[in-house]
Design a protein around this ligand. Structure first.
Ligand code: FMN
Length: 167
């Protein structure tokens, strides 16, 4: 599959089949997360793959009904400690989101080739998720990502022009 096609075909999917993702596909998704760029190659990020009973518990942290029915959610975190050691206090606010987002977009594009659907979950109760998954304090909980076999096509949304030119 061409990268351009994967980019164009990706949709946010909010309805999933019960079907489990094969181990080989999970490995390819992890590879996509790992190989994203990161500030100073510090790779200051951590991804929790949550399914089964743990996912049932985690549902409390979501405010959207569709997320509660998703079999696998990845909780994405930035490592505040690693970033602050390198760039100083408060630098996590600049880099944790960027490092994590770079990985997530890689994962979402890879997922298209694997015939998997994804959706970003910005609306998550971060402190609730931290407690349920026992996420240590040096990690900032950034967001969730739903992933699985799609049970809907997903709507093709419009895009606006976002460019300015300076010469
Ligand atoms: C940072 C971010 C947070 C998002 N949070 C949510 C969310 O909490 N719930 C949801 O249904 N979609 C969420 N989305 C998905 C967007 O609604 C979606 O990307 C947008 O409508 C464009 O549609 P498309 O992804 O199908 O192109 C989020 C997307 C981003 C990038």
């Amino acid at each position: 599959m061409h990268v351009r096609d994967a980019i164009q075909e990706r949709r946010s999917i909010r309805k999933y089949k019960e079907k489990e993702i094969e181990a080989e596909k999970i490995e390819l998704l992890k590879e996509a997360l790992i190989w994203a760029p990161s500030a100073a190659n510090l790779q200051a990020r951590k991804f929790y793959f949550v399914s089964g009973k743990a996912k049932e518990k985690l549902n409390e942290a979501f405010h959207q009904d569709w997320v509660k029915k998703v079999p696998l959610v990845i909780v994405c975190c930035g490592d505040k400690k690693i970033i602050e050691e390198q760039f100083g206090e408060g630098a996590d606010l600049r880099y944790n989101h960027l490092d994590t987002a770079a990985s997530i977009e890689n994962l979402m594009i890879q997922a298209v080739e694997l015939e998997l659907g994804t959706c970003w979950i910005g609306k998550i109760n971060r402190e609730n998720a931290r407690e349920i998954l026992e996420i240590p304090a040096y990690l900032n909980v950034i967001c969730g990502v739903a992933i699985g076999y799609p049970a809907e096509k997903g709507e093709k949304k419009t895009r606006k022009s976002i460019f300015e030119e300076r010469k």
